[in-house]
Design a protein around this ligand. Structure first.
Ligand code: DAK
Length: 261
């Protein structure tokens, strides 16, 4: 049985983390299968990826506690690197990634969602970084991405208290963009993904790169980087088509297959 299922639907793909017996917890085998599924995405045709969890109870209930219980310090570092390398790959994937959070997003599950570009969730979603309750720290980027997404004060409260947070609170602090009834979540995720997929792919990819790279830079360097990359969307099919169609009041047709021009 694959612990990650990849389904392509036209210009979008859906990756389902599939370890339902353990509420989709991230064992090393699950991480390996997610990694392989990500590597198998055809980035020439797929323009947006959705990540969700199997079933209607859990997105991902964290790193697999049974796999960690007897780990040495060296094992723990290797396990942390395995997850961190994967989450960095998701964060840097050229196409946007939407987390469709359909239940528990705890520990490594919350961290997985934070490596995605956009988070939306179901009404029963539950977020948290419970690691300090288990005698460990977040190990898949939680201390870093949570603080960047919702601010250091709220991130510190959530991480130090290990408390769980419901969907409406996650919406209030900006951890998720929207909350839907469970049975409407995937349709909403696909609608959002298709809206992104309809836009010029080079411009969308560049925008992702600019936002991600710029967040790590002082503002003057960040806008200089934006100016440099801005030119890369010019002289492309979609720039010529998009602008000339605007002027002639026609509907632009972005290219079906990704190429560098
Ligand atoms: N790992 C392993 N199994 C898990 C699991 C997890 N994180 N979460 C749930 N399960 C398993 C349960 O053991 C149970 O298995 P069986 O007993 O049926 O065999 C099954 O899923 C169903 O769970 P429950 O029976 O507990 O279901 P409930 O509805 O009663 O409760 C729950 C749901 C999500 C509230 C509860 O399962 C729970 O509290 N789960 C643990 C949540 C958690 O603490 N997650 C954070 C894990 S720590 C690092 C690398 C990574 C990390 C840290 C450091 N380095 C190496 C430095 C990340 C750490 C984490 O993510």
């Amino acid at each position: 049985m694959a612990f990650a299922i990849l389904e392509t639907k036209g210009a979008i793909a859906v990756l389902t983390v599939n370890n339902p017996k353990a509420l989709n917890a991230l064992s090393p085998a699950v991480l390996t299968d997610i990694n392989a599924a990500i590597d198998s995405i055809d980035l020439d045709t797929v323009r947006c990826l959705i990540i969700t969890g199997a079933g209607d109870k859990s997105f991902v209930a964290g790193a697999d506690i049974s796999a960690m219980v007897h780990m040495s310090k060296a094992d723990a570092c290797a396990y942390s690197k395995m997850g961190n390398d994967l989450f960095l790959k998701i964060e840097a994937l050229p196409i946007p990634v939407i987390a469709a959070i359909n239940g528990f997003a705890l520990g490594g599950g919350c961290e997985l969602s934070m490596s995605c570009d956009i988070r939306i969730c179901s009404e029963n979603a539950m977020f948290g970084q419970p690691e300090v309750q288990l005698g460990i720290t977040p190990g898949y980027g939680g201390t870093q991405r949570m603080a960047r997404l919702v601010g250091a004060g709220i991130a510190k409260e959530l991480i130090y208290t290990a408390r769980n947070m419901k969907a409406d609170d996650a919406l209030r602090i900006g951890l998720v963009n929207a909350v839907y009834p469970q049975d409407e979540l995937m349709a909403a995720a696909e609608k959002l993904a298709n809206k992104i997929a309809k836009n010029a792919p080079i411009a969308v990819r560049l925008s992702k790169q600019m936002i991600n790279d710029g967040l790590a830079l002082p503002i003057a360097e960040a806008v200089a980087m934006e100016s440099n990359l801005f030119g890369n969307s010019f002289e492309t099919h979609d720039q010529v088509e998009g602008m000339s169609c605007f002027l002639s009041r026609e509907k632009p047709k972005p290219k079906a297959v990704f190429t560098n021009n």
